[in-house]
Design a protein around this ligand. Structure first.
Ligand code: AP5
Ligand code: MG
Length: 225
């Protein structure tokens, strides 16, 4: 059987990584691994990992590598070779990128593409200001001006919508700074390996999705039915 697509969605807060990952997951039938969703799930359950991650997340800082790397890489390596995965929010610094490369190489695997979805700071601030997350399945939603968030439910599962604590202005400012200083260098790492593709996130969700699909169709993988 053909090997599954191995993809990283990369980009600043609010770029649309989660939104696009969900669309790709449903279309390509591959596993979506979001480090942020995983931490928020643990936080919601009140696990020790969730409580540890919370202090960093709410300040807009990265959760330390010794907490993050093993848990994400275990998930990645639990996926059978003929399935695929979409990583969303990982790797987020050069050390995480190197560790991911190491475990994949040990199984003679590599990444097919790293898609950098870029948007400007004013646009990301606008999107994050109107973003609500489903408490049950974590799907992101946009609540427009004049709309009542309490009256809306998740369009995926009907769950309750809420605003993330780290979407508050001070934490968002820190997340952007951390992205620029700690995460952006990962782009050079993947550029050198020839797997980086850059697309603009400042189009409609459908248009961004079309651009990503065009990139992926250039890979040898076909959609699963
Ligand atoms: P994480 O959850 O990964 O947050 P993030 O990277 O800041 O990204 P977001 O989830 O805010 O944005 P997104 O790109 O997914 O955009 P979305 O699709 O929601 O990480 C949170 C925290 O966890 C980190 O700060 C850190 O503390 C910790 N963490 C996570 N991973 C870690 C790691 N590897 N190492 C260490 N710590 C880690 O879209 C945003 C909004 O815009 C939505 O409302 C959506 O509906 C809307 N939208 C999307 N696309 C469009 C479009 N094309 N046009 C208009 N609106 C759109
Ligand atoms: Mg996200």
């Amino acid at each position: 059987m053909a090997q599954g697509l191995r993809l990283v969605l990369f980009g600043p807060p609010g770029a649309g990584k989660g939104t696009q990952a969900q669309l790709l997951r449903d279309r390509l039938k591959i596993t979506h691994i979001s480090s942020g969703d995983l931490f928020r799930h643990h936080l919601g359950q009140g696990t020790p990992l969730g409580l540890r991650a919370k202090e960093y997340m709410n300040r807009g800082e990265l959760v330390p590598d010794e907490v993050t790397i093993d848990i994400i890489l275990d998930k990645v390596m639990s996926i059978p070779d003929d399935d695929g995965f979409i990583l969303d929010g990982f790797p987020r610094n050069p050390n995480q990128a190197q560790e991911l490369e190491k475990v994949l190489a040990a199984e003679s695997r590599n990444l097919d593409k790293v898609v950098h979805i870029d948007i400007s700071e004013p646009e990301l601030a606008r999107r994050i200001g109107s973003r609500y997350i489903c408490r049950a399945c974590q799907s992101p939603h946009t609540v427009g001006e004049g709309e009542d968030a309490n009256a809306k439910r998740c369009d995926q599962c009907g769950g309750e919508l809420y605003q993330r604590e780290d979407d508050a202005p001070a934490a968002l400012k820190k997340r952007i700074q951390v992205y620029n200083e700690e995460t952006m260098p990962v782009l050079g790492f993947y550029r050198e390996r020839g797997v980086l593709v850059e697309i603009s996130g400042e189009n409609t969700v459908d248009e961004v999705n079309k651009q990503i699909m065009a990139v992926l169709n250039a890979c040898t993988h076909s959609e699963k039915t």
